[in-house]
Each structure stands twice: as C-alpha cells, then as structure tokens.
Design a binder for this molecule. Structure first.
Ligand code: MEV
Length: 325
C-alpha cells in the first residue's frame, strides 16, 4: 500500500444530447479544465475520515463497516459509497483519510459528483496498487453514482474517466474521443442550481404521458448529435451553432429550459453567437454558446448584462490522472 496518493478528475460540459442519452441515444460531452482533486492517506483505525470544504465537510467520520448510510450528509455520500464499492469489489476494508479540493463550485452543474467519484476510485486503485483500468474505473464509479442518485446515463462519469470530447451511448463502449481543436465556447451560469434527478423524472413523466411524441423528439436530438459530431470534426462552427439552436428548441419542447436560461441564450445570440443552448439537465445551471472568436468578449458582456456569470473554461481536458504530491 502506498503512503499517500493524489488524483484529479475533470468537470464536464454536455454539448449535445442531454436527456435523450438516458433513453439510449448518443450524446457528446467535453471535459473541462476545472478539476476536482482527491487525496488519500491511511488512517490507523477502521474509520473513513472525509474533509471536503466545498461541501462543508470537515473531518466527517464514518465507520468502515457502515459506509454510505442514507442519513449521512449529502456531501459525503459519493466518496463514502465509492470507498464502499471499492472495498466490496476487493473484499477488503481499512482506515482511510480522504481530502478533496475543487477548482469549481458544485453549483455549476459541471459534474462534481461524478468527478469526485472517479477520482476516489482511481486514487484507491493507485493507493492499493490494484491498477484498475479505465473500463473498471468507469464501472465502479457509475455503480456508485447510481447508488447515490438512482438515475443517470453515466456520460459524466465517462467524461471524468476518459476526458477529451467523447461520443457516448449508455451501456455501449462507444466512448471514442473526437479529435478537435479547442472550441470557442462561452459558458454562462444562471445563478440557479438545478436538481438533475428532479428534471430527469420530469422528462420521464412526459415520456409516460406521450411516448410517441417524446420518442420522436429523442430521435430528432439523436440526428442532431450525429450531425454535430461531423461539425466538430470538421470544425464547422456555424453549423455547430445552428445545431445548438435546434437542440435547444427540442429541450424547450421537453420543458427543461427556464426563463433564466432563455434570457442568457437570447442575449448571446443577439450579441453574435453562432448558436446557444442549455447544457446539462436544464432548469438552471449553465448555458453554452459557440461564438466567432472575435465576438467572445461581446457575447460574454451581454450574458453578464442579463445577470449571468461567465465561467472561463477550456474544453478537451485530460481525463482522470495521478498528480504529484
Ligand atoms: C444532466 O447533466 C444530463 C442528463 O442527460 C442526465 C444524464 O444523462 O445523466 C439530463
């Protein structure tokens, strides 16, 4: 066993295909250069100790024999269930101290839960010299996210593991990286934290009410994802913008946009963006816009004039990795 290990995993931005990805359709997600770091060290007794300032945990302690209790603070659950799933997989258990640090707030919808889960599993793998490969890290992390949240396509887990920009289909191994230059994207935060499981359930209710219509919306989103893959590879920014606008109309039809998202999207289009859409579950969190490079500042200013917060992120970040201590 090593003495200490530090691992980081990136946050993500969904580019195309949110919600329909839950129903087996493809999506495109890019990893961003804002990361979560997980430090692991041993602890001399059979307790897991978690310090995670970004979710207000200061030396929170759980017994190794009772990890991931449902009454544990929400901020601890991804780490403690990741540890539990790792221990169950290897039929082991020992005292641990886990400290996490984040470049970004968990409010933004950048996938802090999946990033912290992936970084924890990879750190445990390194710490114990188990050398899990990326597929195994994905499986254990995805199981952990489902254990905590109950819902999710796993696209955010895949993004944290593999990084880059990937084309992802739930349950299939189509996680090939799309090679492209960094996209000129603007990210605007609405100031409102969205609750992904609630929005996923809202779309599920709509689906139950009118399967035929909602299926046809998912089919159209799927076609947009295929087109956008080509546009990303060909670096056709105008086309990409047009596809974002189409995807946004379909998300509105599913009822997951919000007045705040619409306002920031409208502002960026008015200021010259090629296209814009919400990114993630909707209901708040962030919007993204693809923008001609010479209009980036103008679009950013307009988003801020409308009450949004521009977040400086770069796409195509590296997936989970071991860091120097
Ligand atoms: C949320 O960021 C994206 C959703 O498609 C949920 C998921 O795929 O897990 C709404």
């Amino acid at each position: 066993m090593k003495k200490r290990i530090k691992v980081s995993a990136p946050g993500k931005l969904m580019l195309f295909g949110e919600h329909s990805v839950i129903y087996g359709k493809p999506c495109i997600v890019t990893a961003v250069d804002q990361r979560i770091r997980v430090n692991i060290g041993s602890s001399d007794n059979k307790y897991l100790k978690i310090s995670a300032p970004q979710v207000n945990l200061d030396n929170y302690i759980e017994s190794i024999d009772n990890l991931g209790r449902s009454d544990a603070p929400a901020g601890s659950r991804f780490v403690s269930l990741a540890v539990k799933n790792f221990f169950d997989y290897y039929k082991t258990g020992f005292g641990l101290k886990v400290t996490t640090e984040s470049d970004f707030s968990s409010k933004f919808g950048f996938g802090s839960s999946s990033a912290v889960t992936v970084a924890t599993i990879k750190a445990l793998s390194q710490f114990t010299n188990s050398n899990l490969d990326n597929d195994q890290i994905f499986e254990l992390s995805y199981k952990t996210v489902l254990d905590v949240q109950g819902v999710g396509s796993g696209f955010d887990v895949a993004s944290a593991v593999w990084g880059g920009t990937i084309y992802y289909i739930k349950g299939k191994k189509t996680k090939g990286t799309l090679k492209h230059m960094k996209l000129p994207l603007i990210v605007g935060y609405t100031g409102i934290k969205a609750d992904t499981p609630t929005l996923v359930r809202q779309v599920a209710d709509l689906y139950q009410k009118d399967k035929k219509r909602v299926n046809s919306v998912f089919g159209s989103i799927s076609a947009i994802v295929e087109e956008s893959k080509k546009a990303i590879l060909g670096r056709d920014l105008k086309k990409l913008g047009m596809l974002m606008n189409e995807n946004q109309q379909l998300l509105k039809y599913l009822g997951v946009s919000s007045p705040e998202l619409d306002k920031l999207i409208g502002a960026s289009l008015k200021a010259g963006a090629y296209g814009a859409k919400l990114s993630g579950a909707g209901g708040g969190d962030c919007m993204i816009a693809v923008v001609p490079p010479d209009k980036l500042r103008l679009v950013g200013r307009e988003i801020e004039r409308q009450g949004g917060i521009v977040l400086a992120v770069k796409t195509q970040a590296q997936g989970v990795r071991v860091e120097k201590i």
